[in-house]
Write a protein that binds this ligand. Structure first.
Ligand code: GCB
Length: 889
């Protein structure tokens, strides 16, 4: 008998589909074994299907290639599945957590439903289409289309609109009487806490119950609230008579919970809310749902900022895009929770879920870890003045609010981001004013809809830093909370314009609460600078930028919060710059590796003691030093929230320094080779430390020095940047030639004409290479390049790219600067190396095209006079972008 039970048990285990029956619901995981085709199967012949699992996107690879654009069109998915006979007595739905962006669902060839919008969940009712035949086989086919549609927001935005069923899908079979599955993709229960104080918390449950029976039924609805210890703190039982075929709303006002344990970032205490439907006569359970809630009260004060549970609270956090290196937007849920752990560990207390609703796992993690949040719909940059567009926006707002209503972490609903960034009808002011009026009309409609659906939270719009249009159109007066996305010192030239803007706004609108909803600077993890400047993409400039913004907003209580753009680097296919297709404003890299700026915030915000040598991420360096000294002075930065840090270099104490503005910093003598650093601090009797090893390759200034064995050099012209390539090449910035050393003679650094966007170089994608920074800067009008290297055999590679006539499309986000015409420069020149001709009538643009990498290599023998490269103009000015010289033994 025992053996029989065991075999029976095994049979159950191995034959059971991935489904889970609980509380009258059968939930089946539908993520595995789909067939997918990147074609519109309805129109194509000879279709090739591949097997995939969900979540899935078809754009992982093409958003990173050098071909502009990515596949935006229809693709199909299909899958066979079975249903059991007892589903005949149930109502069966498919639940898509998201698919981008237009989705049509067919069951056994018949259309079962469709959904518009790529960022919210939706249910599809499939009972009428199911087959209960002998083989019990059903087929689901799904058409997903991410093509541009002028009626579906977002129309344009600085992120990639990855297509696909990129979140989970499940099949949910419920009893004939059940919580509604057709209320904007929500679960049919809405928990409100209309009044919360330290003494008591009121709870209202609103819900919708569907009766798909043919007769009316009397039911009991029981709501029970339990604390984390499992003790019931409130309970209510009410009766309803539900007519057949009806979706019936109900409301339950529970007795206040006394002395509620309040929810806050420091103490994210959650209560469990169980709501159950039972048949009044038999007492049989028909459906049940479990949600979490938290008790907190909050308000925004226009002068003093944000208050939570009666205490002033500066909101500091990040925005988050949902994509990840190697996965696009199709992520396992765990990665959403991991992002919140990273934010929490940094000491942040706020998340702007931008620019669209994301996986429920994200807000679940916010609830559990204590992160306050705003969520918004993807109405970005511009609108379409059509009823369909308006209705889609309203529907997205409803879906967002209904689906995320129960998260205690959410305090704000947003609905427009930088909506005046791409104003239509620039040449027709009269028509433009109608367009603006239509934007204001839509904003008012979304605002009042949000307040009606949820009177307990704030509404918000995030504006870009061009104050006047928002003022003139009256948009500032619509939401309860005004967000400003400010980039002075990044796109705008002068960083000190930030405090001026903030104070000006507050003076004009002293009664309207505000947040700094975005600020950030790109940091390409491969780029460093000892002379950082705006837009150079260096780690060093980005850290300076964040230090400045953080201190300015902390000085101003009326700035309720500051939200860094962005938690992590994210894909934006149309972007070019040093790392094409990426927006590098993340505090974390795309793979979530923290950058120095992350540790800056950790120093300023976290209460958990830590020490981190942030310079360790620049762990392979090259720099110039005087041959005689044998060392080279190098910056070492240590982020910490401790008072003082002691630094050791190669086990010798360098000294102790106070942590200021997030860092203790030194300039210390590194020797050639490995340099061991350790940093130590203490909090009370506890010690905290970090260690790192940094490899330095000293490039002696004097190339002929006998003590120095010259092996090679990689030089970038027209820039102050250091660049570490993926292949391990360490590039350093050029200098003016001096006797005995190396450097250029004549010319000046290339700058984009008519643009103050970049201090030097171009931000055009150099297609055909991943080492864009090698080609994006250059010395224009160069006469010579000299390297006084010792005699021997050498390999010389000259790197060129024609940068003129290579205007990158204007960055829409570039607020104060526009790049106008960049006429193609005609240039033809000869290059001589130690008097032999290396390149003759060299015309980069004509022979290779614009912004294409061109590498010219020669092997040569150098005698006593070193190496001299001469440039002779035939037409226009000669250029050189980069140079590599290697000694061959
Ligand atoms: C903004 C936009 C955001 C962009 C960001 C940037 O103002 O709201 O979507 O990604 O600037 O990095 O330019």
């Amino acid at each position: 008998m025992k053996q029989f039970i065991f075999i029976y048990f095994l049979l159950i285990c191995f034959s059971a589909p991935a489904q889970n029956e609980k509380n009258g619901r059968v939930i089946t995981d539908m993520n595995m074994n789909w067939s997918f085709t990147k074609a519109d199967a309805a129109n194509a012949t000879n279709i090739k299907w591949e097997t995939i699992n969900l979540p899935h996107t078809w754009n992982i690879a093409d958003v990173m290639d050098d071909e502009p654009g990515y596949y935006r069109g229809a693709c199909w998915y299909k899958k066979n599945f079975t249903v059991t006979d007892d589903f005949k007595n149930k109502e069966v739905y498919l639940f898509f957590e998201a698919a981008n962006q237009q989705t049509d669902i067919f069951i056994n060839g018949q259309k079962a439903g469709s959904h518009t919008g790529g960022y919210t969940g939706f249910y599809v009712y499939i009972s009428p289409f199911l087959k209960y035949s002998a083989d019990n086989s059903n087929e689901i086919t799904v058409k997903v289309n991410n093509a541009f549609d002028q009626n579906i927001p977002p129309l344009t935005a600085d992120f990639t609109f990855y297509g696909g069923i990129y979140r989970n899908v499940s099949m949910i079979a419920v009893n004939k009487i059940h919580f509604a599955c057709d209320d904007h993709g929500a679960n049919g229960i809405y928990i409100s806490t209309p009044s919360v104080t330290k003494e008591n918390a009121s709870v209202t449950i609103n819900g919708i119950i569907s009766n798909d029976n043919t007769s009316a039924q009397k039911i009991n609805i029981t709501t029970t609230i339990l604390n984390e210890e499992g003790t019931v703190v409130a309970k209510l039982n009410s009766q309803e008579d539900i007519k057949s075929g009806m979706d019936q709303k109900f409301t339950q006002e529970l007795k206040p919970v006394m002395q509620p344990h309040l929810w806050s970032p420091d103490d994210p205490y959650l209560y469990t809310v169980n709501t159950q439907i039972t048949a009044s006569e038999s007492g049989k359970e028909l459906d049940a749902l479990t949600n979490k809630t938290g008790f907190r009260f909050f308000h925004f004060d226009a002068a003093k900022g944000f208050f939570l549970n009666g205490n002033a609270y500066k909101l500091v956090g990040v925005s988050r895009h949902q994509d990840h290196e190697g996965m696009g937007n199709a992520l396992p849920k765990q990665l959403a929770a991991d992002d919140i752990s990273l934010l929490k560990n940094m000491g942040g207390n706020f998340l702007r879920v931008a620019h669209y609703p994301q996986d429920q796992a994200l807000l679940n993690a916010c609830d559990e870890m204590g992160i306050l949040a705003s969520v918004e719909i993807p109405v970005v940059n511009e609108i379409t003045e059509s009823d369909t567009f308006y209705n889609n926006c309203r529907n997205m707002q409803l879906e967002m609010i209904h689906q995320n209503y129960n998260h205690p972490s959410v305090i704000i609903w947003g609905y427009m981001n930088e909506i005046l960034l791409k104003p239509h009808f620039k040449a027709d002011k009269k028509r433009q004013s109608i367009y603006y009026a239509n934007i204001a009309k839509l904003a008012r409609s979304l605002d009042s809809l949000s307040r009606k659906e949820d009177p307990y939270r704030y509404t918000m719009m995030a504006n870009h830093g061009d104050f006047d249009p928002y003022y003139n159109t009256g948009l500032i007066n619509i939401p309860m909370l005004v967000g400003w996305n400010l980039y002075m010192g990044w796109y705008g030239t002068t960083i000190t314009d930030l405090p001026v803007f903030l104070d000006h706004y507050h003076e004009l609108f002293p009664e309207r609460p505000m947040m700094l909803t975005e600020y950030g600077a790109d940091a390409d993890t491969r780029i460093r600078s000892l002379q950082p400047v705006r837009f150079d993409k260096s780690m060093e400039y980005a850290t300076f930028f964040h230090q400045y913004y953080f201190s300015e907003m902390m000085k101003r209580p009326f700035v309720a919060g500051a939200i860094v753009w962005n938690l992590a680097d994210f894909n934006s296919e149309t972007r070019q710059e040093t790392m094409p297709h990426m927006n590098n404003k993340g505090l974390l890299a795309w793979n979530r590796e923290p950058k120095e700026q992350y540790y800056f915030y950790q120093s300023m915000l976290s209460k958990n003691p830590f020490v981190k040598i942030t310079s360790a991420s620049w762990n392979k360096r090259v720099n110039v030093a005087d041959s005689g000294t044998g060392y080279c002075m190098q910056p070492v930065k240590v982020a910490s929230n401790l008072g003082y840090i002691q630094l050791k270099l190669n086990d010798k104490i360098v000294g102790s320094k106070k942590v200021e503005n997030g860092f203790a910093q030194w300039t210390v003598p590194f020797t050639n080779g490995l340099n061991k650093i350790s940093a130590e601090g203490s909090a009370g009797i506890k010690e905290f430390n970090d260690t790192a090893t940094i490899a330095l390759q000293i490039q002696p200034y004097n190339l002929k020095d006998k003590k120095n064995i010259f092996t090679g050099i990689n030089i970038l012209l027209g820039t102050n940047r250091f660049f570490n390539s993926k292949q391990g090449d360490l590039w350093m910035p050029d200098k003016v030639y001096r006797e005995g050393s190396w450097g250029h003679v004549g010319g000046k650094a290339f700058r984009l004409p008519n643009s103050n966007r970049t201090p030097y170089g171009t931000d055009k994608n150099i297609s055909g290479t991943d080492d864009d920074p090698v080609y994006q800067t250059q010395q224009v009008g160069i006469e010579k390049y000299r390297l006084d290297v010792p005699p021997g055999n050498y390999e010389l590679v000259l790197h060129f790219a024609e940068l003129s006539g290579a205007v990158a499309d204007d960055l829409a986000y570039n607020l104060s600067t526009t790049t106008k015409a960049d006429p193609k420069t005609k240039r033809i020149f000869n290059v001589y190396v130690n008097d032999s001709v290396m390149l003759e009538n060299f015309n980069i643009a004509e022979q290779y095209g614009i912004a294409k990498p061109v590498d010219k290599k020669i092997m040569l023998q150098v005698k006593d006079n070193g190496l001299e490269i001469r440039f002779k103009a035939i037409t226009g000015e000669p250029v050189l972008n980069a140079l590599q010289l290697k000694k061959i033994e």
